[in-house]
Design a binder for this molecule. Structure first.
Ligand code: DQA
Length: 148
């Protein structure tokens, strides 16, 4: 059976490319999704992309797709606030990687706490949009699809 990988993005990440470009760069979310979809196709697995500006939207999607094999998530600001999203991951058995484009530890104190990190397989923080691609390579490796 084809492996199914979820790419989840939280609030305001639909505005990547035009949102605070000095922090988040010029690349749009759709071009990241396209690149990752191509990479997944080349490994014969499926990437399901979803973005929501609402906490409930992200949780509903995760519960609906609970049989997926892996999740890559940038939860945006919900990283720092959402007990509900944390509880959702705790109730599922899907491994996940947390991604942040910016180095949140170089920014405001309120960004230094993540409710998700303690449950994540690992975190890619401050590596720009390349962090998503690097996360995908780790997923390929963990799912025995490709290794370095
Ligand atoms: C972010 C960092 C968060 O603090 C912020 O709220 C975002 C984006 C990042 O990718 O750097 O929306 O997750």
């Amino acid at each position: 059976m084809k492996k199914r990988i979820l790419l989840l993005n939280g609030p305001n990440l639909n505005w990547l490319g035009k949102r605070e470009p000095t922090i988040y760069g010029n690349v749009s979310l759709s071009s990241i999704e396209e690149k990752m979809t191509q990479l997944c196709k080349s490994k014969d697995c499926e990437l399901i992309c979803f973005q929501s500006n609402s906490e409930g939207g992200l949780i509903d999607f995760l519960q609906k797709e609970h049989t997926a094999d892996y999740v890559i998530i940038n939860a945006g600001a919900y990283t720092h606030t959402s007990v509900a999203l944390r509880d959702c991951f705790a109730s599922l058995t899907i491994p996940f990687i947390e991604v942040h484009i910016s180095n949140v530890y170089q920014r405001e104190n309120f960004r230094h706490t993540s409710y998700l990190s303690p449950l994540a397989q690992g975190c890619l923080i401050g590596l720009g949009v390349e962090g998503y691609i690097l996360a995908l390579y780790k997923v390929f490796s963990d799912l025995n699809i490709a290794s370095l």
